[in-house]
Design a binder for this molecule. Sequence first.
Ligand code: HAM
Length: 407
Amino acid sequence: MDNKMGNIQSLRGMKDLMDKEGELFNYFISKASAISKNYDFSYLETPILEETALFKRSVGESSDIVGKEMYQFIDKGENDVCLRPEGTAGVVRMFIQNKLDRAGGTRKYFYHGPMFRYERPQKGRLREFHQFGCESFGEASVYEDANMIIMICEILKSVSIGYKLLINSLGCKECMPPYKEKLVAHLENLHLCEDCNRRILTNPIRVLDCKNESCKKELRNAPKITDNLCSSCDTDFIKLKNILDENGITYEVDTNLVRGLDYYTKTAFEFVSDEIGSQSAIAGGGRYDRLCEFLGGRPTPAVGFAIGIERLLELIKIEPQEDEVLYIGAMCEEALDLVFSLVASKRKTMKVLSDFKSRSFTKHLENAKKQNATVVALVGDNELRDRTIWIKNIQANKEIIIPIEEF
Ligand code: HAM
C-alpha cells in the first residue's frame, strides 16, 4: 500500500455530520417527519442518481443549477446521468412513472436526503448538503399553499428557530409572458452586470434577484410581477395573504423573490434568517402546476418546499432531549460474562454503554461521566459473590445495591 500521498480528506464543500451535529440531524429529521405525517404526508425515497435530462427539463437549462452546478457524468452504460441537485424533479418523475398522474385525487410525500451542487463553498453553502422536503400533488387550491407554509412554520418552531417569511406570486402562463416582455423592455435601457445581461436573454425575471448593489439600484423602478398578475393569480395571491393573516403567520411580500429554479408558477416563498451570513435561505418552495406536464405527465397542480438541513443546524440552539443512558461495567475478569448478558438484555429497552473490560471502580465512574451516562451499574468480586449489583444515579447522586434479579 502506498502511504506517501498523505491522508485522504473529504472533498471540498462536503462534510461529515458527526457527534452533536449528527445527533441534531437525527433529532430534526424525527421532528419534521412526525409533523409531516400529521399533515398526511407519507415517506418517499427516490434515487440519488437520475438522468441528466430530468433536471434540464425541470429545473431549467437557464438556471445556475443546471448551467454550472451539476455533478454530471457518463456512466459505464453510456447514460448521461447526474447526482440530484434537488428533490422535486425526482419526485415528479416517480409520480408520472407510477401513473399516479392518471389516478386522480391527491398524493402527498415527504423525503430527506443528500443533494449535490458544484457551487463555490462558503458558510451555509456546501457541495453536498441535505434537504427535508414535501411535495403535494392534485390540490389546486391556495389553501394547500398556506398549508405548506404553516407546516414549515411548525417544523421550524419545533426546533426553536427564528426566521422571516418572504412570499411572492410568479403568475401563470397567461400573465407571465406579457410581464416578461414588459420587464425586458425596461431592462434593456439599464446598465446591468454581465450576468444580468445574459439573463435578460435566457430568463429575465432572474435579473430581479441579482445581489449586485449597482444592479439593485438600477432595478428600483422595474415593473413588479404583482402589479401585472391576471385576475385568477391576483385573486389567489390575495386569498393566500388573507389565510396567512387569519392564521397569525407574519410575512413580507418580496416582489423580487423569483427562486433559482424555473418550474414555479403562482406562489413562491422563502424562509430566511440573517444569522447565517449571505446564504440566508433556510427553506424555499412554491407552486409548480406545469411541471408534471413538462415532464410528460398529465397536467397536475402541485406545491412543495425543501428545508436545507445544514443551514438549519447552524441555527438550532436547543440540546436534543437525551433519554436515560445506562453504563454497565465489570470490576473483575470473572464478572465480564454476567456484564455481557446484562448489557444485551438491557439494550432491548434502552441505550447502554459498556466496553467489556475489567476496570477499577474510579475508572468506570470516570468513563461513565465522560460518556454522559445517567445511570452507572457495576459488578465486582463482592457483587458476584452476593449476586447483587451496585447502581448509581448520576444526576440525583444516589447509590444503591440491589439483587441482580431486580436489576
Ligand atoms: P432550493 O431553494 O434550491 O429549493 O433549496 C432549498 C433549500 O436547500 C435552500 O433554502 C437552502 O436552505 C438549501 N440549500 C440549497 N443549496 C444549498 C447549498 N449549496 N448548501 C447548503 N444548503 C443549500 C429546492 O431545492 C426546491 N426543490 C424546493 C421545492 C420543493 N420546491 C418545491 N418543492
